[in-house]
Design a protein around this ligand. Structure first.
Ligand SMILES: NC(=O)c1ccc[n+]([C@@H]2O[C@H](COP(=O)([O-])OP(=O)(O)OC[C@H]3O[C@@H](n4cnc5c(N)ncnc54)[C@H](OP(=O)(O)O)[C@@H]3O)[C@@H](O)[C@H]2O)c1
Length: 288
C-alpha cells in the first residue's frame, strides 16, 4: 500500500511508525518540518508539501489537531490525491466529518472518520481502540491499516460517516467532565479539612479510579508537563461537544470554561490533568 501520513504530533508519529514497520510505502508530512526523522529512519520518505505527500497514494491518513487543521490541509489533499481513500483519525466532531466526506466525494476521493481511543502508549504499542464511520467497502479497505495502530478486535465500523466522530466526542466530553469534577472533589475535601492522601485513596476506589491510576503522579507532583493528551486538545473537544449538541450542555460548558481558564493560567501544552490541578488549587491563598 502507498500511504501518505499527514500530521506527526504525539499520536501521529507512533501511528505512522507502525505503517513503516509493516513495510508499506510511506510518505509523511508535517506542517512544522523537522519531526519526521524517526520515521525516515524506519524507511519513510519525508515530503516537503502536502501535494508531494499525497500524489500517488492509495490511502491518505490525517492525524491533525482538529477540524480547523483538517480544513487547512484538505484542499491540497483533494487537489492532488487521485482516487485515494482518506482516513481521518483526527478528533473533529460529526459535522466536520460530513463536511470533509463531501469535499472528498466531490473530487472522487473516499473518506472515513476513524478517531482513536487511547493515548500515546497504546499508539506506540499498537493497541488503540478505533471506531470508524464510513461505507462497509471503505472500512474493509482501511481495516488492515487501522489494525496496525489499533487492537484488531477493537477496530470496528460503527456506522456511516460522522457516527464515529459523534461517539468519540461523547467519550472525550465524559473525560473532560471527569477531570474538572475531580478538581472540585479535591477542593471540597480541602475545605472540609480532609487528608488529601486519604481522600485520593478513597476516590481511587470510585469511578475516578481509572483516571487517578494514570494522573495521580502528575497531580501529586503538581507538574503536568508529561503530556499525553493536552489541555488544548481537551478544550477543543469540549468546545466541539458544546457546538454539536442541540440543547445547552451546561455542565460541559462549565468544564470548557475551566479548561480555558487552565490554558489562560499558563498550562497550554500541558496534560489535561492540569484542569484537575488548576481547579483543585483555586481558592487557595496565592492562586489565580
Ligand atoms: N494525544 C492523545 O492522547 C489523543 C488521543 C486520542 C485522540 N487524539 C486526537 O488525535 C489528534 C492528534 O492528537 P496529538 O496528541 O497527536 O496532537 P498534537 O501532538 O498536538 O499534534 C497535532 C498535529 O496537528 C498539526 N496541526 C495543527 N494545526 C495545524 C494546521 N493548521 N495545519 C496543519 N497541521 C496542523 C500539528 O502540526 P505542527 O507540528 O506543525 O504543530 C501536529 O502535527 C487530535 O485530533 C486529538 O484530539 C489525541
Amino acid at each position: 500500500m502507498r500511504v501518505a501520513f499527514l500530521g506527526l504530533g504525539r499520536m501521529g508519529t507512533p501511528m505512522a511508525a507502525h505503517v513503516a514497520r509493516a513495510g508499506h510505502e510511506l510518505t509523511v508530512w508535517n506542517r512544522t518540518p523537522g519531526k519526521a526523522a524517526p520515521l525516515v529512519e524506519l524507511g519513510a520518505t519525508e515530503a516537503k508539501t502536502v501535494q508531494d505527500a499525497v500524489a500517488g497514494a492509495d490511502v491518505v491518513v490525517l492525524m491533525l489537531f482538529g477540524p480547523d487543521a483538517v480544513r487547512a490541509v484538505l484542499p491540497e489533499v483533494v487537489k492532488h490525491a487521485s482516487g485515494a481513500l482518506v482516513v481521518d483519525a483526527s478528533t473533529i466532531g460529526p459535522d466536520a466529518a460530513h463536511e470533509f466526506a463531501k469535499a472528498c466525494a466531490t473530487a472522487g476521493l473516499r473518506y472515513v472518520d476513524a478517531p482513536v481511543a487511547g493515548s500515546v502508549k497504546p499508539a506506540t504499542d499498537g493497541t488503540l481502540g478505533v471506531v470508524v464511520g464510513g461505507s462497509p467497502e471503505d472500512f474493509a479497505q482501511a481495516k488492515p491499516l487501522l489494525d496496525l495502530w489499533g487492537d484488531p478486535e477493537r477496530v470496528m465500523r460503527v456506522g456511516d460517516v460522522g457516527s464515529a466522530s459523534g461517539l468519540k466526542l461523547c467519550v472525550n466530553q465524559g473525560l473532560g467532565v471527569m477531570a474538572a469534577g475531580l478538581g472540585e472533589s479535591l477542593r471540597l475535601g480541602r475545605d472540609l479539612g480532609l487528608d488529601r492522601d486519604l481522600l485520593l485513596q478513597v476516590l481511587s476506589q470510585t469511578a475516578y479510579g481509572w483516571y487517578l491510576g494514570q494522573k495521580r503522579p502528575m497531580l501529586d507532583a503538581d507538574d503536568f508537563s508529561g503530556t499525553t493528551f493536552s489541555v488544548d486538545l481537551m478544550a477543543k473537544d469540549l468546545g466541539l461537544a458544546v457546538e454539536a449538541a442541540d440543547s445547552d450542555l451546561e455542565v460541559t460548558r462549565a468544564c470548557l470554561d475551566q479548561a480555558r481558564r487552565t490554558l489562560a493560567a499558563g498550562h497550554s501544552g500541558d496534560d489535561y490533568a492540569a484542569i484537575t490541578g488548576h481547579i483543585a488549587h483555586e481558592g487557595e491563598a496565592g492562586s489565580s
